[in-house]
Write a protein that binds this ligand. Structure first.
Ligand SMILES: NC(=O)c1ccc[n+]([C@@H]2O[C@H](COP(=O)([O-])OP(=O)(O)OC[C@H]3O[C@@H](n4cnc5c(N)ncnc54)[C@H](OP(=O)(O)O)[C@@H]3O)[C@@H](O)[C@H]2O)c1
Length: 248
């Protein structure tokens, strides 16, 4: 008898880190459902994976839109009846605009839209998909954060203050801890990690690492054994050669 494949949903997987995680998960035999808010770009990513020999599925998913998340969840239930892995990857970062670099000048509307995608959407997707995970008492949730969201780092590091982005990812870290607490009696493990500074549309050309390198920790967290880490914040594995926790 063959073991049924694990099913993974990766948000914002049409490019960047989301695509790299999808590719790596496919490579270890996970059945990936690519998702994106722009259908043509998502289908192009599916084709790109197919060209590399991977048979991923695709569905439209705008994480900030209630109807889109509901439609996606209904489709997922009807088509697969379960989800094993959820990677909350979709994100935005308005930092490059000068006025966005200080809490004293940050545009509150920008802050709001950043929170819509980076924080509220993670709650929305969690509310939609965790019930499916609970039905089989199995789930691995990987939240993409950043070391810039470490409260310890904020007071000491050299990164831009980037208040909208940093506060939104502090929100992601908070969601990780609260969800882990709520799920402590289940086999659903939720963790966050920092992929490091990567060459993507968000990270830019000067970043030292590729999205493929940044994806490594996601694979570790998406395939944790039963009883593995719960509610923890990890660094990029590339930097330390193995899983290392970041200070909150
Ligand atoms: N790059 C870095 O150095 C770095 C460092 C630390 C953490 N991160 C985090 O890593 C994650 C991926 O970033 P990236 O570097 O790969 O950036 P990216 O290339 O800009 O990709 C962001 C992805 O999120 C998607 N997205 C944004 N809003 C969405 C929505 N409402 N619904 C669905 N998808 C949406 C984008 O879709 P569209 O194509 O439609 O815009 C895109 O696929 C983010 O959470 C980011 O904060 C990145």
């Amino acid at each position: 008898m063959t073991t049924p494949k694990r099913i993974a949903v990766v948000t914002g997987s049409n490019r960047g880190l989301g695509y790299a995680i999808s590719r790596k998960l496919s490579d270890i035999g996970v059945h990936v459902i690519l998702t994106s808010r722009k259908e043509a770009e998502g289908l192009a990513a599916k084709q790109q994976l197919a060209n590399e020999g991977f048979d991923a599925d695709y569905h439209l998913l705008d994480v900030t839109n209630d109807a889109s998340v509901q439609q996606f969840t209904e489709w997922l239930r009807e088509t697969y009846g379960k989800v094993d892995i959820l990677v909350n990857n979709a994100g935005v970062n308005p930092t490059p605009k000068p006025e966005e670099s200080s809490l004293l000048t940050v545009n509150l509307e920008t802050m709001q839209t950043t929170f819509e995608t980076n924080v509220l959407a993670v709650v929305r997707i969690s509310q939609a998909l965790i019930p499916l995970m609970k039905e089989q008492n199995y789930g691995r949730i990987v939240n993409i954060s950043t070391e810039m969201a470490s409260l310890t780092a904020i007071s000491t590091d050299y990164y831009p203050l980037a208040p909208s982005y940093r506060l939104s990812k502090i929100g992601v870290n908070g969601i990780t801890v609260i969800l882990a607490k709520e799920l402590q009696d289940t086999n659903i493990l939720v963790n966050a990690y920092s992929p490091g500074w990567m060459k993507t549309d968000m990270g830019g050309e000067n970043a030292p690492f590729t999205a493929e390198e940044g994806a490594e920790t996601a694979i570790y967290l998406a395939t944790l054994p039963d009883g593995g880490a719960q509610g923890k914040f990890f660094a990029e594995m590339r930097k330390f050669g193995g899983p290392v926790q970041v200070q909150w």
